[in-house]
Design a protein around this ligand. Sequence first.
Ligand code: DGY
Length: 332
Amino acid sequence: MQRERSALPRVYISRKVPPEGLDIIRQSGQVQFELWDSDDPVPRSELLQKVKGVDGLLCMLTEKVDAELLDAAGSPNLKVLSTMSVGFDHLCLDELKKSRGIRVGYTPDVLTDAVAELTIALLLATSRRLIEATHEAKTGGWGTWRTLWLCGYELANSTVGILGLGRIGLSIAERLKPFKVKKFIYTDVAPQPELAEKINAEYVSLEELANQSDFLAVCCALTPETQGICNRKLFSQMKKNAIFINTSRGGTVNQEDLYEALSTGQIAGAGLDVTTPEPLPTDHPLFKVKNCVILPHIASATYTTRNAMSALAANNLLAGLRGEPMAKELKL
Ligand code: DGY
């Protein structure tokens, strides 16, 4: 027998979600939902209003889930939080752990390929100066063929350093291997022998990672330990020919220190898909240095992946509300 609509659990969805996810929720008949039907984030005040008394919240990485929001939702109504992201630094875990009994779903794995692909694209765009090159070609800077004009750095025979060897770091390394990388090194909170074995990567200290890497890719989660881990000290230990790539979270980087490293030639270039804040103001100094390529947080932006993320987020939400195991649940 169909339950009365008003008896169904209430869910708030904080953004226009790709169709696969929305269809799953709609067709489940399991919840009544309200959606912030926009590509832009829901204003905080609206969110705080809308979450009052809901059983479930499906949110994006732009929504800070903290004590204020959890209090607004009210206990014990809110049972499930499902974020359409692999990153969960926007969730205040300490608050969620505080015996509120809320279960949390997230979307790892389904975006690994897309993020790894984009990281390779960004790395090559940065190291081979593609953005500068197209600009020169379009604006008359292209004179004749010149011997050292727009030269960059190649992956062949290089050492690639991975800061945070998880699923994404591994996928990046696997894709870089055919470019004839000489050596992979990595650092993390602890050695990851099973993953490292697949790419024959050596575990090193953060200092050694900086010292040895020709390409350094940041792939770690943003935590209190990794906040600002890429700072003046790290950049000063890097090679002058090094290329720095970040597709994790902007908060891992001290941007003032990065600007100094780039503008003084301390390192050769940086490719960033993530910044602090997002969007990065258009007058930010990092936009002014030619050796910095900045993308607007698009690593997972393929139709397939964003749909898969929305489907996983929807299924996590519904499973949680049924009291069943979620496909991907965060251990709080
Ligand atoms: C995530 O999911 O955390 C990514 O940063 C966005 O795709």
